[in-house]
Design a protein around this ligand. Sequence first.
Ligand SMILES: Cc1ncc(COP(=O)(O)O)c(C=O)c1O
Length: 389
Amino acid sequence: MGKHTDLIHAGERVSLGESEPLTTPIYETSTFVFPSAQAVEDYQAGRTHAYLYSRYENPTVVGVEEKLARVDGAEAAITFSSGMAAIATALLGLLKAGDEVVCSAAIYGGTFHILEDLLSRFGIRHRFVSLEALGTPAAVLGPDTRLVWFESPVNPTLRCVEIAPVAAACRAAGVWSVVDNTFASPINQPVLSMGVDLSMQSATKYLGGHSDITAGVLSGSASLIGPLARTRRLLGGVLDPQPAFALGKSLKTLPLRVARHNSNALAVAEALEGHPALAAVHYPGLPGHPDHAIAKRQMSGYGGMVCLDVAAGQAAAYRVFDRLRIFQRAASLGGAESLCSLPVLTSQYGLTDAELAEAGVTRGMMRLSVGLEDAEDLIADLRQALAAA
Ligand SMILES: Cc1ncc(COP(=O)(O)O)c(C=O)c1O
């Protein structure tokens, strides 16, 4: 063989003999080799299990999906190249022209825009309803409603929706219920066990846990995930083996990390409640939070997100933000590093005072993603920064 041929074919698919790797390797391959036409036919006819092409299935990715299904208590889970790819695939895979989506008004901006700007062009209608309206869920369903999409806790106020009654009302009406469980994670809030049909998460956040990958996940019954896996093939928003490997590695410590996010966030919220520079500390684990009772019923931990409301308003919040030393000034959440973002400059950017009031958001709000550092250091950082308020 010539050098070109050897360099391409030699040393690939090295046999491991009698041993096997402890962890699932990164199968960095876009396609899979079959020994014969008969083997391809057997695979296509469903007589054998094999891998054909990584946009369909890849062993590294499938391994991670098995872990995700377990942690969600789901029959099946599928991963995506981002949370948005998961959202787009779920909505396009389940809905058709003429269908209506009922969506919580307090929702991630990307979900809002995909409904408002994109799906509306294809005849898929939507109606936003308040968190209060979701409290009487049967009343929000219309004759064309096919799907209800909501979050709990919501960004940035961390208000909560009672999940089980919404899921029950949807099931009774033959409507799919979907929860974006990114903020809580299934460790704190196992939404499928509450009767929800589909759980969606941005795995970029707590599941990935180290602010170094972008990924998404949908989980639910095999009868729902199977067709959505076929939609994923068509839309193509699959997770590559490299970030899948990083995600799988992170999932091994998910319960440990979430427990520490929970305890650190509670410590921060309790330490700062009543601080003279703050009009409010929003955290569902505080007894004074308006939805503490709901959160207590459906969450085993209250999560790592805390929202501080600087009483003196936007300019003071900017000063506090600029003085942070350990909290990093960055969007996103769920990683080991504590982050801070200002809703007026991110999720609620450009809204009028009336629109902010409608969303329950103030100009002085600072959203914290409380990380895994020492709680005392985080509290000291926030206290020194708040001196600038
Ligand atoms: C609640 C929530 N859902 C969905 C998304 C979208 O996920 P991704 O950025 O991984 O596409 C985000 C991202 O911030 C989010 O916070």
